[in-house]
Write a protein that binds this ligand. Structure first.
Ligand SMILES: Cc1ncc(COP(=O)(O)O)c(C=O)c1O
Length: 435
């Protein structure tokens, strides 16, 4: 077993002053198992006891260039000497926005925010204001952040409470969300265009937006059927609905232009956070000029004291320059594919029935006998076997979440040698689990 003395001591202190000892619910793994981290560099992290891990959690996605990337850190170091928060536009903010518009097809205008939660919340508001409608379609299993509107039928919701596939029930995540909010959300299964068509036939004229993760970044990166996104695009055009891609996990990760490039469909609006700052808090939402243009004093509120602050802009500027200079994400996908094929081979060799999933840069696997295409399919995956393998792997110094829903994230710092080391250790972890 890995040492945990120091981590436990720190976490005991944490439990006294932080609710459940953490600053985000998903980080809490119980009073004696919650990790305490000390530092990260490149593809590796070290915990409070000095245990070293190859990191595939990567802060749940943001670390696209590797932890403590020298170029991003240097840009931030220089920015803080200039002061960071002025409640005013800066030239760097304009420069970063220009780079985003140049990099992302269909991105004509945007606003900066600080988190993915803020981005999806504001994108929804803008879509409502633009269409004059109030409801929106949310796909089961997707996570769009912690605001009230989107906390329905996520990957953490009990599947048994979601009702039938033909008549899904929006399942509220936890207490504290006003009951009335449910009126505004229509949950639909992922990868089921026929169902969406039926919903639109009866309610299409009341729906402002269709908000979706183009691939399910909160369910092992499950990808859309080839016709899903083109069909949704068509339906949104037919019914005057704003198509919003939540690219908080896919943006600046699958490719420079994100999921629209990978899957060939351009949404009306999209939201970004995570990889845009390589670990620094920066986010954005934007898209068609005619939609974004309605934001403004007295018309549609978007505000934020820290929006486009100097640290956020310096980090984003360095990330975008790094991505633009060389095809680092395409190279990463090649290594990601090596990892994916290697994991697949090991699982097959040891007779573990499984399904590989996701894009090479944000991938996963599910231990299952039957194909899984949406959150409901998780009812028949073997969560315990997955956790057993991943817990063994953690003990061997490779850290991906032991919950199959959270994908394995790769960074530019994950070299071929690191992939080889991972695959060797993965084989040992599987061998132990199937014994
Ligand atoms: C797809 C997606 N959207 C939105 C969010 C919320 O982002 P944040 O945690 O920055 O508020 C997340 C967070 O994991 C996410 O995965």
């Amino acid at each position: 077993m890995l040492r945990r003395d120091k981590a436990q001591h720190i976490f005991d202190r944490a439990m006294k002053v932080l609710a459940k000892g953490v600053s985000s619910n998903f980080r809490y793994w119980g009073p004696e198992a919650t990790p305490v981290l000390a530092r990260g560099k490149g593809a590796r992290v070290w915990d409070a006891d000095g245990n070293e891990f190859i990191d595939y959690r990567l802060g749940w996605g943001p670390i696209i260039l590797g932890h403590a990337d020298d170029r991003v850190n240097e840009a931030v170091r220089m920015a803080i000497d200039n002061g960071t928060t002025f409640a005013a536009t800066t030239e760097l903010e304009v420069t970063v926005a220009e780079k985003l518009v140049a990099m992302i097809p269909g991105m004509e205008m945007l606003r900066f925010t600080n988190t993915g939660t803020e981005s999806t919340m504001h994108a929804l508001r803008v879509a409502r204001a633009f269409t004059g409608r109030e409801k929106f379609i949310k796909f089961e299993g997707a996570y769009h952040g912690a605001h009230d509107y989107a906390l329905f039928s996520t990957a953490s919701s009990p599947i048994a409470a979601m009702g039938s596939r033909t008549s899904p029930i929006p399942v509220q995540n936890g207490s504290g969300i006003p009951r009335g909010i449910r009126e505004y959300v229509i949950t639909v299964p992922f990868n089921n265009v026929e169902h969406v068509e039926r919903v639109l036939k009866s309610q299409g004229s009341n729906i402002a937006a269709m908000l979706l993760e183009p691939c399910l970044g909160n369910i092992a990166g499950l990808e859309p059927d080839p016709d899903l996104l083109p069909q949704l695009r068509k339906l949104c055009d037919e019914y005057g609905i704003v198509l919003i891609f939540d690219e908080v996990k896919t943006g600046f990760r699958l490719s420079n232009a994100g999921a629209r490039d990978t899957y060939g469909v351009i949404p009306d609006l999209s939201t970004y956070a995570k990889s845009l700052g390589n670990g620094f808090p920066v986010a954005a939402f934007g898209g068609k000029r005619e939609i974004m243009d309605i934001i403004g004093p007295g018309s549609v509120t978007h505000a934020g004291t820290f929006g486009a602050n100097g640290v956020a802009m310096a980090a984003a500027n360095a990330v975008l320059d790094t991505l633009a200079e060389k095809p680092v994400l395409a190279d990463l996908a090649r290594r990601g594919q090596r990892l994916k094929s290697g994991l697949d081979e090991v699982l097959s060799e040891y007779g573990v029935s499984h399904q590989m999933s996701g894009h090479p840069n944000m991938q996963g696997f599910l231990i299952t006998e039957k194909p899984i295409t949406d959150v409901r399919g998780l009812a028949h995956h073997d969560a315990a076997m997955y956790a057993a393998i991943l817990d063994n792997l953690y003990q061997l110094g490779v850290w991906a979440e032991d919950d199959a829903r959270e994908p394995w994230f790769l960074s530019v710092a994950h070299t071929d040698e690191i992939i080889d080391e991972t695959l060797n250790k993965f084989e040992d972890a599987v061998k132990l689990a199937v014994k």
